[in-house]
Design a protein around this ligand. Structure first.
Ligand code: ATP
Ligand code: MG
Length: 349
């Protein structure tokens, strides 16, 4: 059995004290002829009593000293709603205080590293926003300067530059609108308007709206099998339309001209429906895949920007899925293609 530290100190001190007691006891034995067995009982009694008194005194003293520290730690823990020790009083033993302090320091360590991570993410995010906005702004400035420096009268460039200026302004508007959507989704400000609707019908509408873009690249969009029966889901229709549109648009945008194929599949998963959008495009590298849903993350920044991409499409997709308390994942093989799969709640029949 392992003795408490305070007990060990008490034993040591009591042994020292007992030497003094023993000497006085010897004096009494010799002068008053006290029997040896009685002296022995006295001695043991004294020893045990002094151990008990000293130990109590030490513990009380240490308790009074650390109580203030513990109270400070405890008050901090109580401020956190998730704290497991909310209703706890001052612990009964020094060991439990030790454990509490260890737990507390571990909690704070992980909180600090989380905050550091968030801070890093925030810095990166602000850097990304300013970079994304700066590029079209300087392009606009370039065109407007050329036009005002006499280019306006030059018929070979004036309309072309005005047209490019308009395109860049539209790009800026898109970035701002998409950032607004993301922050609304993140803050929970955007209320979901969930209704029951047929996901096949909605997918047909999305395919129709992207038909021209697909035809331009001669890319075919089809279902994995013929879905004659309606599949009813319970979700926010506008958001799901946007989500499907972003995924199918990406499959077309990054797909190969003439040979590109986009396949849409639905799988019954008990309470949910799994929807997959698969393409036979260039695929996404393994190390890029986990970051694909981050804001402004693009595997090929220059190419995506050239294509008018803001790098916010998949971030919005992820937020929409999460707002529905559902999940999304991506799997991809370079040179073979990519599949995005997400779940939605089935409507109750
Ligand atoms: N189906 C896909 N095949 C290959 N790469 C893809 C596919 N979908 C997305 N990506 C990669 O993921 C990146 C992020 O996609 P995301 O939709 O978020 O941005 P974007 O398409 O560049 O811009 P936006 O969607 O805002 O117009 C893209 O830049 C592209 O590199
Ligand atoms: Mg996109």
């Amino acid at each position: 059995m392992k003795l408490k530290e305070s007990t060990l100190i008490a034993i040591k001190m009591s042994l020292i004290l007992s030497v003094v007691f023993l000497l006085s006891l010897l004096y009494f034995i010799m002068v008053y002829h006290i029997p040896l067995w009685l002296s022995f009982v006295f001695y043991i009694f004294f020893l045990l009593l002094s151990i008990w008194v000293i130990q109590n005194y030490i513990e009380r003293y240490i308790y009074s000293k650390i109580k203030l520290i513990y109270k400070f730690i405890h008050d901090h823990k109580v401020k956190k709603p998730s704290s497991k020790t909310n209703k706890k009083r001052f612990p009964v033993s020094l060991e439990s205080v030790h454990q509490e302090v260890l737990d507390w320091s571990k909690d704070y360590e992980s909180e600090i590293s989380q905050l550091k991570q968030l801070e890093k993410y925030r810095k990166e995010y602000i850097g990304n926003i300013s970079h994304e906005i700066k590029t079209p702004l300087f392009t606009i400035l370039g065109y407007v300067s050329t036009l005002s420096d006499g280019g306006l009268k030059d018929d070979s460039i004036n309309l072309k530059y005005l047209d490019r200026t308009e395109k860049n302004i539209n790009r800026l508007i898109r970035i701002v609108q998409e950032l607004e959507t993301i922050s609304q989704l993140e803050s929970g400000e955007l209320q979901l308007n969930k209704t029951v609707f047929n996901i096949i019908e909605l997918t047909n509408e999305v395919i129709e709206s992207l038909e021209i873009k697909a035809q331009e690249k001669n890319i075919s969009i089809f279902y994995s099998k013929s879905y004659d029966q309606a599949i009813y889901i319970f979700a926010d229709k506008n958001h799901i339309q946007r989500l499907l549109s972003n995924l199918i648009h990406n499959a077309i945008k990054y797909g190969y001209e003439n040979t590109g194929k986009v396949k849409i599949s639905f799988f019954d998963m008990d309470k949910n429906i799994l929807i997959e959008v698969t393409d036979n495009g260039p695929g996404i590298e393994k190390n890029n895949l986990p970051r694909i849903f981050e804001r402004f993350y693009r595997t090929d920044k220059a190419r995506s920007r050239e294509m008018g991409g803001t790098g916010l499409g998949l971030a919005i997709v992820k937020h929409i899925v999460e707002a529905h308390q559902q999940t999304i994942s991506a799997r991809s093989t370079l040179g073979i293609g990519t599949t995005f799969g997400f779940t939605l709640e089935k409507a109750k029949q």
